[in-house]
Design a binder for this molecule. Structure first.
Ligand SMILES: [Zn+2]
Length: 333
């Protein structure tokens, strides 16, 4: 199947393609924006479009030429594709070191060589420093595309050597129509809206949530987490289950829920919250909690999230968070 941009990405796509045709694309692009906006989908479509031997008028790969066949087989010699072996793990430093050697070669099928790094924050400091050398003296025909939903975690020198492309939140109508078309079974419009709301308006995150039975998993994890606060559930058992989500996802959920608790604690009724489906549980908890403690817990979650890509042991990090959470309640009593 040809790789094309998603419906809400047309303005970004047109801009990138016209710059490519004008020869004004920089050597390094950094795609930023929330998880689930389709940054890597656009990057892949762009890479295919740039390496294709006969792209369409709007810059999309033909899907039939030799280059396209190699791309689809994952064996194109002018593309280096760097992702962690597992979500949440680091990209090893030796693979980043190999980028320099790769770019020292000439393109075999075109005059262009492309390196894709996703997520860029999965590079540890050594890896990032190694990439910096490449970014300082890029070869003429190199294009590096870095993807990050947390660009604040990148070395400032990496950020400053890339041109940032910021992905905006897709319009609700476009997201809803797209999601409706993706979900095989007929799904109620209200469910579509709910999935998007739970995913902060990110269509691909909403799709993943639906397809992994995420709504049910989310409710189970919420019950456990509430149970820890109420002294009914073991924080270590809870941590084990939560760590299966992976730290990036787990910390996103936790921080969103704690922010809702803070809103409920400090707001005047009726308080608007992000996680409307969890309102009864959150509301029940909020009476026994203290605002100051909630802010401290939120800071701890944020700090864990900072290191969530391959630099922390997920199980141990979740245990720390769950033990703090169980104590918070004790303090509040
Ligand atoms: Zn092609």
């Amino acid at each position: 199947m040809t790789k094309a941009p998603l419906p809400w990405q047309t303005p970004l796509w047109d801009g990138l393609i016209s710059r490519f045709r004008a020869g004004s694309l920089p050597h390094a692009l950094l795609f930023t924006g929330s998880v689930g906006y389709g940054k890597s989908v656009l990057a892949e479509a762009l890479i295919h479009g740039l390496l294709c031997q006969s792209p369409t008028d709007d810059g999309v790969a033909c899907g039939e030429c030799q280059s396209c066949n190699l791309l689809m087989a994952g064996t194109h010699p002018d593309l280096m594709w760097l992702e962690p072996e597992e979500a949440g793990k680091a990209i090893p430093v030796d693979r980043i070191r190999a980028v320099g050697e790769f770019l020292a070669l000439k393109g075999q099928y075109s005059d262009r060589q492309v390196v894709f790094i996703n997520p860029a924050e999965a590079m540890n400091r050594h890896a990032a420093n190694s990439l910096l050398k490449t970014l300082e003296e890029p070869s003429e025909d190199a294009l590096l595309i870095l993807i990050s939903s947390q660009p604040s975690l990148l070395l400032p020198t990496i950020r400053s050597r890339c041109q940032q492309v910021v992905f905006p939140q897709p319009a609700a109508q476009v997201s809803e129509a797209w999601l409706q078309a993706q979900l095989k079974n007929a799904v109620e419009p209200a469910t579509i809206k709910n999935l998007l709301a739970l995913s902060n308006g990110a269509p691909l995150a909403a799709q993943a949530l639906h397809e992994t039975g995420g709504v049910a998993v989310r409710h189970d994890l919420a019950s456990l987490w509430v149970g820890v606060a109420e002294g009914r559930a073991d924080p270590l058992v809870c941590a084990k289950q939560w760590s299966e989500l992976g730290l990036p996802q787990a910390t996103r959920w936790l921080s969103s829920w704690v922010m809702d608790l803070i809103r409920l604690k400090s707001g005047v009724d009726p308080v608007a919250i992000t996680n409307g489906d969890l309102r009864p549980q959150l509301q029940k908890l909020v009476g026994g909690l203290e605002l100051k403690q909630l802010f401290a817990y939120l800071a701890q979650i944020t700090e864990t999230a900072r290191w969530a890509n391959g630099q922390l042991n997920a199980q141990l990090a979740m245990e720390d968070l769950m033990v703090s959470w169980s104590r918070q309640r004790t303090v509040a009593k």
